[in-house]
Design a protein around this ligand. Structure first.
Ligand code: GDP
Ligand code: CA
Length: 321
């Protein structure tokens, strides 16, 4: 079975680990979000691709959900001693090596997709990890700064990590997405897929950014195979992080039903919500999306695997309908 998954960082990576347990023989292609990418200290950092790579490759800091195990921060401290920041973005010594290798290969002319493949040669994530695009896409957020009242457009990481989404996101723009082309292999993987899954990743700044690359949304809608998603919103709030802030920016309420409707029946065939949201199943089905309520908390690997099994079961139900 060929499965294509559109993934952001933590939610995507943890789900993928469950999917590997649930479908050990499946051929899994991950289309990774690169809208979170940022240049720091002259290096190209791809947080979501790395979270997937480290999580599936056994190098992730489990408690944090991002960054490396056994990490130290000497380099960052030395940079800070020179007054060189930003100090708000956590880059550890081990993690730095990944960004140095990536930047070196990009400077030598390799596209990001080839660089990602080379990095994965070390980590052996057990999936094919492809960035959504080799072209530069960077999500920016329009905000009004509370102290000065100044309206500013800032990089997504500055909004998410430095400001902790503490001010309203007035707009979320994947800068460069309109001109970006899907990376080699992306459209082919979608066309050859038996099932397409949206893990419980951020619907706006992870899955939404991937869908903003021209051609990807259309390819998924036209693939003619079941497309099933899992809600990152449980009990009207994100399980982790501040997804509600970016959902508000696109006019979507923070409920599992509203997120399903936001994707729409033109794209989604099936949607899993948590059992605490069982009351909204009918609303989602009325929108033309087959819906089931099952436990959606990835408290451990087995729980994530059960979620993946439920998603594949729902996909088979859709296929048989
Ligand atoms: P990011 O790039 O690291 O922010 O990660 P993703 O975009 O892949 O996923 C972030 C989303 O995952 C957040 O909106 C969370 O609500 C969601 N999430 C995290 N853990 C869980 C979980 O255990 N269950 C569900 N249903 N969603 C989760
Ligand atoms: Ca992310």
């Amino acid at each position: 079975m060929r499965i294509v998954v559109l993934a952001g960082g933590i939610g995507g990576a943890r789900f993928l680990r469950g999917l590997q347990q649930a479908a050990p023989d499946a051929d899994i292609t991950v289309i990774g979000n690169t809208g979170d990418d940022i240049h720091l200290f002259g290096l190209k950092v791809c947080p979501d691709l790395d979270t997937v790579m480290y999580t599936l490759g056994g190098g992730i800091n489990e408690e944090q959900g991002w960054g490396r195990t056994d990490e130290t921060f000497h380099l960052k401290e030395e940079l800070a001693a020179y007054g060189v920041g930003p100090e708000w973005f956590g880059l550890g010594d081990r993690d730095f090596a990944t960004h140095i290798v990536r930047t070196q290969m990009l400077s030598a002319g390799y596209p990001l997709s080839a660089v990602t493949e080379a990095l994965c040669d070390r980590w052996k994530p057990g999936v094919r990890l492809i960035p959504m695009s080799d072209d530069r896409v960077e999500t920016h957020v329009a905000v009004t700064l509370p102290d000065s009242g100044e309206r500013k457009v800032i990089h997504f990481q500055e909004y998410w990590v430095r400001l902790r989404a503490s001010v309203a996101a007035e707009a979320v723009v994947p800068v460069g997405a309109e001109q970006a082309k899907p990376a080699p292999g992306v459209l082919e993987a979608i066309a050859e897929a038996d099932v397409i899954l949206f893990p419980p990743s951020n619907p706006v700044v992870s899955v939404g950014t991937i869908l903003a690359v021209p051609g990807i949304r259309e390819a998924i809608a036209d693939a003619g195979v079941p497309v099933v998603g899992l809600s990152p919103i449980v009990g009207d709030a994100p399980v982790r992080g501040m997804a509600d802030k970016v959902l508000a920016a696109v006019g979507v309420e923070s409920t599992a039903a509203a997120v399903a409707e936001h994707y729409g029946s033109g794209l989604l065939d099936g949607w899993l919500v948590d059992t605490v949201d069982a009351a909204i199943v009918e609303r989602v089905e009325t929108a033309g999306i087959r819906c089931r309520a099952v436990p959606l908390m990835m408290s451990d690997l087995d729980a994530a695997a059960r979620m993946a099994r439920e998603a594949l079961t729902l996909a088979e139900e859709v296929r048989g309908a």
